[in-house]
Design a protein around this ligand. Structure first.
Ligand code: HEC
Length: 138
């Protein structure tokens, strides 16, 4: 009797473990997050102001480099987005907005997977900071 109970408990435990494994696999598959932003960047201050003149520059950079994938409002619905395997993220999401300027700066600078790195294309880091302000204004 005791051994039957034990082996049943073991079975339930094994099934639970497999399920937890599957669930976390599905979660990681659905959420192409997983960026790690170094602390140094997280706390960086945006050296540019979000004023109308700067936002205008930000918009022109956005239209040139980002709109094809991220779309006009940053919803991840640009014309190129459908050809990608990874979703381009939704910049209107709370979790996106909760990020620091430094985190958005780092992600734009270094890229990941299908998100290109812009550190070479935008050698002047000020341009990336201007984009961060523009993204916040979308
Ligand atoms: C070729 C398509 C493409 C272009 C062009 C592109 N991105 Fe992306 N971007 C992506 C994809 C795909 C992801 C999601 C990557 C991931 O999570 O693995 C992403 C993610 C991001 C993220 C992180 C989103 C989050 O949820 O934290 C930021 C910030 C970002 N892009 C900014 C930009 C900016 C700014 C530009 C223009 C300078 C740009 N991207 C141009 C495809 C693109």
């Amino acid at each position: 009797m005791k051994t039957v109970l034990k082996s049943n408990l073991f079975r339930i435990f094994a099934i639970l473990l497999v399920n937890i494994g599957l669930m976390s696999f599905v979660a990681s598959y659905q959420q192409p997050g997983g960026w790690t932003v170094p602390d140094k960047y997280k706390n960086m201050k945006n050296p540019t102001k979000s004023d109308p003149a700067n936002l205008k520059v930000g918009k022109s950079l956005w239209d040139k480099h980002c709109v094809s994938c991220h779309g006009k409002k940053g919803l991840g619905d640009g014309t190129k987005a459908a050809t990608l395997k990874t979703h381009c993220s939704d910049f209107s999401a709370k979790t996106f907005k909760a990020q620091t300027d430094g985190e958005i700066f780092y992600k734009t600078k270094t890229g990941k997977g299908e998100m290109p790195a812009f550190e070479k294309k935008m050698a002047d880091e000020t341009d990336i900071w201007l984009l961060v302000n523009y993204i916040r204004s979308l």
